[in-house]
Design a protein around this ligand. Structure first.
Ligand SMILES: [Fe+2]
Ligand SMILES: [Fe+2]
Length: 223
């Protein structure tokens, strides 16, 4: 398999493991913030799912021939800062990692799955895609719970959104295009940078924007 495929799957293992850590932190903060019990149980499920995603992604990396591929795990990125106290940290993490991160993840994994032909890859992406839809719903439900707690929450979401969207735009919608993927690379679950860019803008316009609008929050223009 090409170095680009192995590097991408190494990155995915690290990203899934980081998602597990950040979901565990949201669970802990959610307990401290007295989230409703049903929401806490969904958060617990998300932690388990993300640990599964990390391990099945690693099995996939091995099946692709990347058993020796280093996984770029940054231990310092496994916790979010509790900015402005527990509630502030919780709002920021729900916004960035769930409302935005998981909502972008669903159509991205869907696009990856459509091109996948490799037998070790397809079941992994299928499992992740099924779970991410539940994680996305958790994010918006958690946001609704937080919004019940006063106007300061809404003000914080509005203040954090421009920077958070710019960060996602930098990673998902770069202006440049990479070397075109080979058939084998697409079959192993990779998609073109142009696909990332298109999906970023479509998801923002057709999904994330309307979800915020229903909550009385306007998306800031992408400058
Ligand atoms: Fe995941
Ligand atoms: Fe997830």
């Amino acid at each position: 398999m090409t170095p680009r495929v192995l590097e991408e799957w190494g990155n995915r293992v690290a990203a899934e493991y980081r998602s597990a850590a950040l979901a565990a932190q949201v669970l802990h903060w959610g307990i401290m913030a007295a989230f409703p019990e049903n929401l806490l149980h969904v958060a617990l499920r998300v932690v388990r799912d993300e640990l599964d995603h990390a391990s099945i992604s690693h099995e996939c990396l091995e099946a692709l021939g990347g058993g020796e591929q280093p996984v770029p795990l940054d231990v310092t990125a496994l916790a979010a800062a509790p900015t402005a106290g527990i509630l502030g940290g919780l709002i920021d993490s729900v916004l960035v990692n769930f409302c935005l991160g998981e909502t972008f993840a669903v159509p991205l994994f869907d696009a990856m799955r459509r091109g996948t032909t490799h037998p070790a890859v397809r079941p992994v992406i299928t499992r992740v895609l099924q779970d991410e839809a539940i994680h996305r719903q958790f994010g918006w439900d958690a946001l609704d719970e937080l919004l019940l707690r006063g106007d300061a929450v809404r003000d914080r979401v509005v203040a954090q959104l421009p920077g958070a969207l710019q960060a996602f735009r930098r990673s998902y919608a770069p202006e440049h295009d990479g070397e075109p993927l080979t058939e084998e690379e697409r079959g192993a679950g990779l998609i073109e940078l142009a696909d990332y860019r298109r999906i970023f803008h479509e998801t923002l316009d057709q999904d994330i924007g309307p979800r915020f609008a229903r909550r009385g929050i306007a998306l800031p223009p992408l400058s």
